[in-house]
Design a protein around this ligand. Structure first.
Ligand code: 7PJ
Length: 263
């Protein structure tokens, strides 16, 4: 899953057309490099980010989704927590919903129940603005698992087919470095009822905390984390650096395949 941010800080220059144009160019590159899914996000969820209104978010993402779906045969994921944005995005060509708030906001369960697209439920402790202040768990793995199990039940009760659900521990969303490590090491145990796991580790601050590197120098470490996530059961990896990650995963899988060859 390649990341396409359409927040103003990523596409600040130019008008809507220029932004859509740039977005399309970037998507073409990511598809060429091996991305199967493009995750389009118009709301920054970084700590301290200012919230956007529904109208603003729609104005950012809908023209991009329309442009991308017209040009490419690729699965488009909409990274949002707002029901209105989910609905508009799917109508514009998105085929998946990625919600860092796991369908906890108003009407999102109902909107998803009326659609047939897959949806990623992510765990977060707290809210983006303050989530990194003092993340606290007694047993991070057990608590994230419990949260995801509860969200699955709530989704199913709302009429969303269980087999549409994808689970995500939400690396960096209200977690310390050690808590992120625990989740990565125990990732396999989060596959409740065999549902697929999505892992987003690309360029995240757990790398900065471990290696002291700025965001633009975290590519190699991101690849190491992506491989660990695949080894521990993740089937979707959300990344900025598609080429590097895909080559690493393809190599990893080529070697892993040897295990299944019986002579
Ligand atoms: C994630 C996400 C993640 C899912 C972001 C960043 C922060 N969606 N959106 N999982 N992270 N499902 O990329 O640094 O980990 S935004």
């Amino acid at each position: 899953m390649g990341i396409l941010n359409v927040t103003p800080d990523s596409f600040s220059d130019g008008g809507l057309f220029l932004s859509a144009d740039k977005a399309v160019d970037h998507v073409a590159i990511m598809i060429n490099e091996g991305a199967d899914i493009i995750d389009v996000g118009g709301e920054s969820t970084r700590p301290g980010a200012t919230p956007v209104t529904t109208d603003e978010e729609n104005e950012r993402v809908i023209p991009i989704i329309e442009a991308v779906s017209q040009r490419f045969d690729v699965l488009i994921s909409i990274d949002t927590s707002k029901a209105e944005v989910m609905e508009a995005a799917v109508n514009a060509g998105a085929g998946m919903v990625n919600d860092v708030r796991a369908l906890s906001e108003k009407n999102s369960l109902q909107v998803l129940a009326e659609m047939s697209v897959p949806v990623c439920l992510m765990h977060m402790q707290g809210q983006p603005g303050t989530m990194q202040d003092k993340p606290a768990y007694e047993d991070v793995l057990a608590e994230v698992r419990e949260f995801l199990a509860e969200r699955i039940e709530i989704c199913v009760a709302a009429g969303i087919d269980k087999n549409r659900l994808i689970l995500d521990p939400g690396f960096g969303f209200g977690k310390t470095q050690q808590q992120n490590f625990s989740l990565l090491n125990g990732l396999e145990s989060l596959s409740i009822d065999g549902l697929p796991i999505l892992a987003g580790l690309s360029r995240k601050s757990l790398i900065g905390q471990t290696l002291g590197l700025p965001v633009d120098e975290r590519v190699y470490a991101s690849i190491a984390l992506a491989l660990l996530a695949v080894k521990n059961g993740a089937s979707i990896i959300r990344v900025h650096d598609v080429k590097a990650t895909c080559e690493a995963i393809r190599m990893f899988e080529a070697v892993e395949n040897e295990r299944s060859i019986t002579i």
